[in-house]
Design a binder for this molecule. Structure first.
Ligand code: NAP
Length: 452
């Protein structure tokens, strides 16, 4: 008798979802087929909608992910939202196992007065806008960017560095990207001259990586300015730098900036450590950011000194981390914003939920580089395969394929072949203005490219 093929649903087609599909269909001990769902018509998640458009080499991982979706044992089912078009129960009844890899799409907040004034935006939204995400709040982002002469970016992680770089780059430095044309046009015409990057702790506590940091000092149109006094390291910070090559290299880059004379470029990037925002002020929109000088306590945490000053700014971007959201019917750890799990098996209290798994940012929080998700997804798949071999997976109760069910519900499912039509339209659109690709940002426009 032929061996039964395991059927697995993966929710989310970002790197962790596709790496999970890769691990499942790249082994032969337990034959498996995988359906990878995404609520957007396009696959690749943060590779398409989060990795900075000018980071070509990181974005090129898309080629590797694409090869997985092309496998005959893998099916991409885009434009299908789990929790709306299909319930988790719909999946659990039809698949041997479900792996949740839907990431951490929401922003974390600062929790300070004035945070909701127009002009104060989340980096998650700004990044979504410049990457052409169909659900980005375009009008809000364009209003905020076009109204500003000075911007404050809060947080010193790689996302903050991405945002500063994209805002500070000259048009010709972005011309080769796949950003939507309206984004490039607005960035080319904006009036921002000063961008302040605020770290609430010191240079030895920056969350950025050296390569990303260094790029800020190499821009055609922007001088980078830094007060050398911010680079004096206390004992704790010196010990951290002595113990970490990355931190030592970061501080070296920053010291180089501290010794530079501005060249009179069109824009200035002001890097400020030991500075945290305490209030955003303005009447009908942000006009200034009140900041407080901080110092490190014995545990290396930022403590306010009470010394206040003000930075005039009309655009404030909070880039203080991403946040995972719960999915109906799935346990959630609201303190950590992740789905609780053990080796990728979803936990309800101390009990494993049979047949339900998790991988990527919604499993471990928004940390690490894309490659981190490969190992993470492989760990989850190992657990799933162990459970399959041990007979611990619940039997599906419905045999039918999910696609007719979706069609009955009026959902315009975008399979991989249909996605390739959108892909081809983006390449063709790029060709009309001398670019390799231009991202289609509008869901209706994307779906209009898809053959019936
Ligand atoms: P992140 O690395 O966690 O950085 C968050 C930053 O926000 C930290 O500097 C943190 O400072 C600061 N912060 C948090 N709460 C704050 C508050 N209330 N007030 C002021 N500052 C606050 O997050 P991320 O930049 O969103 O990046 C997410 C992940 O994606 C990271 O692993 C990152 O490396 C990765 N990523 C990688 C790349 C790349 O490889 N090129 C690009 C983008 C993102 P404290 O340390 O003081 O908390």
């Amino acid at each position: 008798m032929a061996e039964r093929v395991l059927r697995v649903a993966v929710v989310g087609s970002g790197p962790s979802g596709i790496y999970a599909a890769d691990a499942l269909t790249g082994q032969s001990a337990v034959p498996a087929t995988v359906d990878v769902f995404d609520r957007l018509p396009a696959p690749y998640g943060l590779v398409r909608y989060g990795v900075a458009p000018d980071h070509f080499s990181i974005r090129s991982v898309r080629g590797t992910l694409e090869k997985v979706l092309e496998r005959p044992t893998v099916r991409f089912l885009g434009n299908v939202e789990i929790g709306r078009d299909l319930s988790l129960g719909d999946l659990q009844r039809r698949y041997d196992a479900v792996i949740l890899t839907y990431g951490a799409a929401r922003d974390r907040r600062l929790g300070i007065p004035g945070e909701d004034l127009p002009g104060s935006v989340a980096a998650t939204d700004l990044v979504a806008w410049y990457c052409g995400h169909p659900e980005a709040p375009r009008a809000e982002m364009e209003d905020a960017v076009s109204s500003a002469t000075a911007a404050v970016v809060v947080g010193v992680g790689n996302v903050a560095v991405d945002v500063v770089r994209v805002l500070a780059k000259a048009p010709e430095e972005l011309a080769d990207t796949d950003m939507p044309q309206h984004v490039l046009d607005l960035l080319a015409s904006d009036s921002i001259t000063d961008i302040h990057l605020l770290g609430r702790r010191g240079p030895a506590q920056g969350a950025f990586t050296t390569k990303e940091l260094r790029e800020l000092g190499e821009l055609a149109d922007a001088d980078v300015l830094l007060d050398p006094a911010d680079l004096d390291l206390d004992e704790l910070s010196q010990a951290a730098v002595d113990g970490s090559k990355v931190l030592a290299r970061n501080v070296e880059v920053l010291r180089d900036w501290g010794s530079r004379q501005p060249e009179g470029k069109r824009r200035r990037i002001h890097v400020r450590f030991f500075t945290r925002p305490v209030e955003l002020k303005g009447t009908d929109r942000v006009a200034e950011v009140v900041v407080e000088r901080t110092e490190l306590d014995a545990e290396g945490r930022a403590q306010g000194t009470g010394e206040l000053s003000s930075i005039p700014a009309q655009l404030v971007v909070r880039s203080v981390g991403y946040r995972g959201m719960p999915l109906e019917g799935v346990p959630f750890d609201a303190a950590r914003n992740v789905i609780p799990s053990s080796d990728g098996r979803v936990l309800d209290g101390d009990a494993v939920v049979p047949g339900l798994y998790v991988a990527g940012w919604i499993k471990r929080g928004p940390t690490g580089i894309i490659g981190t998700n490969k190992k993470d997804a492989a760990q989850t798949v190992t657990s799933l395969l162990e459970d399959a071999e041990a007979g611990r997976l619940p039997e599906p109760t419905e045999a039918g394929d999910v696609v007719p069910l979706l069609e009955d519900r009026g959902i315009d499912v975008v399979t991989f072949d249909r996605w390739k039509a959108i892909d081809a339209a983006e390449v063709a659109l790029g060709g009309t203005n001398g670019r390799a690709r231009t991202t289609l940002h509008d869901r209706a426009e994307m779906l209009a490219c898809v053959p019936d």
